[in-house]
Design a protein around this ligand. Sequence first.
Ligand SMILES: [Zn+2]
Length: 424
Amino acid sequence: MKVCIHRGTKEIGGTCVEIESQGKRIVLDVGLPLDVADADQFPLHAVKGFKKADPNLLGVIISHPHQDHYGLAYRLPKETLFAIGKGAAAILEAAGIFTPAGLTLQNVTHLVDRIPFKLGPFTITPYLVDHSAFDSYAVLVEADGTALFYSGDLRAHGRKGKLFQKLLRRPPEQVDVLLMEGTTLGRQNTNKGFPTEADLEGRFVELFKATKGMPLVWCSGQNIDRIVSILRACIKTGRTLILDMYTAHILRATENKAILEACDKHARVFLPRGQKKQIKWKKRFDVSDLYKPYRIYGEELASAAPRSVMIFRPSMAEEIEKLGCLEGARVIYSMWSGYLKDEKQKLFLEWLRKNGIPLDECHTSGHAAVADLVKLRKVFKDAPLVPIHTEQPERFDDVFGNVTMRKDGEWSDVAREPGDSSLN
Ligand SMILES: [Zn+2]
């Protein structure tokens, strides 16, 4: 078995790994680099079968529904077989109704936690992991008597942190090379560990209690763990959660019974102008009809504000200002703080100042703290570690040990150490 990281050996995002055995190939992730705005123009990775269908490219595995892992998938030939979690695929399809970043796949097989499947000479076993994207997997690929383990993106401090502990307790038996993400290497506080989603829930409760009017929470509609933290804090403070229709539709796509039952009782759905345009333009009235019993309309917002929490983004600012629901409001920013420093947010920050709205931050990383990555690495201590999804590959050796550096586009053999008992 041979492996080539086409992109990702020295950057976060844009991940694409090709694996070859007996002339057949599979790919793990086909991500759009984070700094590329126009996916249409970005040159596809040099994988035979990406531009024109190739019978030797057996499938493309999407580890999780983040754009830096699936963002170029829409440009691959229609007949390409994709393997992705069922919930992840449903989320991407739902997102496509409201945003250009959605994805509808034609030829799909679903990843199921710890259930192996075969593609030609490859045996592929997905491991469900805790990450800020719903339905995320690490992937074990076995062929030619060797095994590669790809961590995908993962963490230990989310709502599914138990999955990380389970991976430490019950890892794949034999791994000959480990491709492990190192997103948080070099970031602040990563040695101490990060706040858990449960910690954030407590902080949301405090902030909601301290707000006379409506807390406006700016978070990703696809960060299901976060929406759950917010929803739980709403229930604890007796407030109704007002979801925009996009976020409501993403939640619905998860088919998670507990979440949907809680939404049924404690959430309502608002259709912001921008999303209304998309529904009309795409004639997806079947989607808006689903939420009819749960709708809250513009004219009801001002009176509901002191008893509600709204999922918010700056594109809604002007509209809700006109609807008169900003009295005593507070914006809670619940994403990576780097985005807030972007030039593009200047106008929004100015709008906050003009309206006298305080801004608080409440966030935790979607990626494992270094201390947790060290634990994961120890589980596979005999396997050479290849850095991926990191800006600091050169620090891996000091932190994790037994590191083999690779360059983007470089092929290498996956070999089993001689004398390894599992070969005998
Ligand atoms: Zn991710």
